[in-house]
Design a protein around this ligand. Structure first.
Ligand code: GUN
Ligand code: ZN
Length: 439
């Protein structure tokens, strides 16, 4: 699919972030133009700023697409999601370890069939686009073909995606087990085939400490050293029974994080989902290493895992961004995920201002994945993956946003009441992809 070289200018409200607004919503951290212009050509952002300033400088025949007062912003970045769990979203209750046994492992077994993997990958990616998520860090399954099919489907859509083959050699059904040797060989071959192929990046993916032997974690560490540009993804300190189990399996480790650290898996571009049951030393170590936590509030509520401690993360300077964690997470929608994050903060007598929430869902995610300068903001030179948020998506959203004064109020309404209906358009490399329900 060729990327259009023609100059196009999108006129509407523009919002993007340059830094984390923090708890006080620092006004220097973001740019907002109520009447803005986003100029795109050859898949990249050529200019952005106030429309009255930029319009006179454009060539006369420039196509101008008007979005009224709808908000254009960078596509969302989901830093933790499992595509093979699409078909178990909203399954039964129970906590993590039972849920893995009862729902997750059985559904992942079906990904031995590459045709099945391809059809789920296609559905999954289209669902992300419908929800305005243009980049994600994705778990595949233990099957090598599950990664090939995912990357093929992402290539067909020209998406910037990060994914990897699950490494898992114990404490799971025999059909889902690899070995330290086969896991390392498959990962290396996948890295050689896919890392930096088009817009794709590879993530070394030990599922979690409980399903990898010491030999396999060692092998993951070897890959991480051999391929420093690759990302790393895993799960960490999600559930109390899981934490106790990992303590039994690795009695010599100071903490759960220390297991990964021992094998060289805690570094920049490493993303650990959940990070609920950490201590101060763990958070300090995450911050020092430049590793990031994926905060997955809908999953944490769905599995009763616990409440992410935003204040402790901030106190330690620990980087974090948003993850849906589908299928434990109950929605593909980043807007609904931000609503859950806001409610989690409230339950801990903490706060998540709307501006900060949208930072975490865009530039914050890109930073966690080492993709700043490519996606996550509307900075000139970035890849033109952006979305249009409809302030009149539903009668209720229209009614509430009409009464809202400030940008922060409008954003809070969108995140508390919105879902894929509020994402009226999704653009990839400047090309319109999917029209939302409202279109
Ligand atoms: N821990 C290990 N595997 C998983 C998984 O698939 N989902 C979640 N939420 N936690 C995990
Ligand atoms: Zn997960």
């Amino acid at each position: 699919m060729p990327v259009g070289t023609e100059l196009r200018a999108h006129r509407g409200a523009l919002l993007h972030f340059r830094a984390d607004p923090g708890a006080v919503a620092d006004p220097a951290s973001y740019e907002f133009f109520a009447d803005g212009l986003l100029v795109v050509a050859a898949g990249r952002i050529k200019a952005m700023g106030p429309a009255p300033e930029l319009l006179p400088g454009l060539p006369q025949d420039t196509r101008i697409i008007s979005h009224g007062d709808n908000i254009l912003m960078p596509g969302f970045v989901d830093t933790h999601v499992h595509y093979p769990q699409t078909d178990i979203i909203a399954s039964g209750g129970g906590e993590l370890l039972d849920w893995l046994k009862q729902y997750t492992f059985p559904t992942e077994t079906t990904f031995a069939d590459s045709l099945h993997a391809r059809s789920v990958a296609e559905f999954f990616l289209d669902e992300l686009l419908r929800n305005g998520t243009t980049t994600a860090m994705v778990f595949c399954t233990v099957h090598r073909g599950s990664v090939e099919e995912f990357f093929e489907a992402a290539t067909a859509r020209q998406l910037r995606m990060v994914a990897g083959k699950v490494l898992m050699d114990r404490n799971c059904p025999p059909q889902l087990r690899d070995t330290p040797q086969s896991g390392e060989r498959d990962s290396r071959e996948l890295i050689e085939r896919w890392q930096n192929q088009g817009r794709l990046k590879y993530a070394i993916t030990p599922r979690f400490a409980a399903t990898s032997s010491e030999a396999q974690l060692q092998s993951a560490g070897r890959l991480a050293r051999e391929f420093p540009e690759c990302l790393i993804q895993s799960h960490l300190a999600e559930n109390r029974a899981e934490v106790a189990w990992v303590r039994e399996l690795f009695p010599q480790a100071r903490s759960y994080l220390d297991v990964y650290d021992h094998y060289g898996l805690v570094r920049e571009r490493a993303v650990y989902a959940h990070c609920l049951h950490l201590d101060a030393a763990d958070r300090a170590r995450m911050a020092q290493a430049g590793a990031a936590a994926a905060f997955c509030p809908s999953s944490n509520l769905q599995l009763g895992s616990g409440l992410f401690d935003l204040a402790a993360a901030d106190g330690a300077g620990m980087r974090f961004a948003m993850g849906t964690d589908v299928g434990a997470g109950s929605s593909f929608s980043m807007l609904r995920t931000l609503a859950a994050a806001h409610q989690v903060a409230q339950l801990s007598q903490q706060s998540l201002p709307a501006l900060r929430a949208f930072y975490l869902a865009t530039l914050g995610g890109a930073r966690a994945l080492g993709l700043e300068g490519k996606v996550g903001s509307l900075a000139v030179g970035n890849e033109a993956d952006f979305i249009v948020l409809d302030l009149k998506a539903t009668p209720l959203i229209a009614r509430r946003t009409a009464q809202a004064g400030s940008l922060a109020e409008k954003l809070l309404i969108l995140m508390m009441l919105g879902d894929e209906r509020a994402v009226s358009q999704t653009y990839i490399l400047g090309q319109l992809q999917a029209s939302g329900v409202a279109a």
